[in-house]
Ligand binder design. Structure first.
Ligand SMILES: Nc1ncnc2c1ncn2[C@@H]1O[C@H](COP(=O)(O)OP(=O)(O)OP(=O)(O)O)[C@@H](O)[C@H]1O
Length: 254
């Protein structure tokens, strides 16, 4: 298998709380891998290590052959250009309009002319199903939740990354808007031929979006496989999660 990201023995604690206890995970190139798990189980913590927003206590996080845990700042900067990251909140800059938000990474990371930037911003807004002329001058507080997610997605793909990380892209959205965002993720993956990592606790949307599935529980990946393997898993923790039952072996720590 052709893995583009390889995580080995990843451990991370916050204070006395041991969140990741030895995560092993391969992300296959050109596919969408979904990381499933309970709220607070550490899913975001895993992907923050991929872009080195966090450093492991121990273990290795290889991205395209670069050990992100030990890379120097120049290398981290170079790698971040290749990785799109759609934060849970959508995280648009409130003081900037849609154009400025989507153009931001191009201004930061490229020497493109304003004319080229405009062309690229318009193109990427169209990729996420928005009409540039309708939205370019709007501010985030003038957009619906679904539109904000789409603008966030346009911004995370504007540098044509090879890898896109999605943190709960459909949280807080109605089922129809969620479906739309999931389709966009799917289309984006096919149009740009990217590798996607998606964090979710929305099982329905995950199965529509994903090729491979990893289940994080008690600090480790305890199940991994393609859709058929995952849906038919006999692991009692996975079964309880998929069935959405409060009774079972899963311990909910609050
Ligand atoms: N910077 C931090 N400092 C202290 N604790 C943190 C920090 N980041 C995460 N945590 C804690 O680590 C645990 C895992 O958080 P994380 O956000 O990775 O979970 P998650 O699986 O993505 O959850 P959710 O689905 O609710 O977003 C939580 O208990 C959280 O409070």
């Amino acid at each position: 298998m052709d893995e583009i990201i390889r995580i080995r023995g990843l451990k991370k604690s916050f204070g006395t709380k041991e969140v990741l206890k030895g995560v092993d995970l391969d992300i296959i190139k050109g596919k969408t891998t979904v990381i499933l798990g309970l709220s607070g189980s550490g899913k975001s913590t895993i992907i923050k290590h991929i872009v080195r927003l966090l450093k492991p206590d121990s273990g290795e996080v290889w991205v395209e052959g670069v050990d992100m845990a030990r890379a120097d700042e120049d290398e981290v900067y170079r790698m971040r250009k290749k990785i799109g990251y759609l934060f849970q909140s959508g995280a648009l800059f409130d003081s900037m309009n849609v154009y400025e938000n989507v153009a931001f990474p191009l201004h930061e990371h490229t020497n493109m002319s304003e004319e080229q930037i405009q062309k690229k911003v318009r193109e990427r807004l169209r990729t996420v199903g928005l009409n540039p002329d309708d939205v370019l001058e709007l501010y985030p507080d003038e957009l619906s939740g679904g539109m904000r997610k789409r603008v966030g997605l346009a911004r995370s793909i504007v540098l044509d990354p090879g890898i896109i990380l999605y943190d709960e892209p459909t949280s807080g959205l109605d089922p129809i808007t969620s479906d739309l965002i999931t389709r966009l993720i799917r289309n984006t993956q096919q149009e740009l031929n990217v590798t996607s990592v998606l964090i979710s606790h929305d099982i329905k949307e995950s199965f529509k979006a994903g090729d491979y599935f990893a289940f994080l529980y008690d600090g480790k990946i305890i199940e991994y496989g393609d859709k058929e393997h995952f849906q038919n898993s006999t692991n009692p923790y996975v079964r309880q999660f998929l069935d959405g039952k409060a009774e079972g072996p899963i311990k909910i720590v609050r």
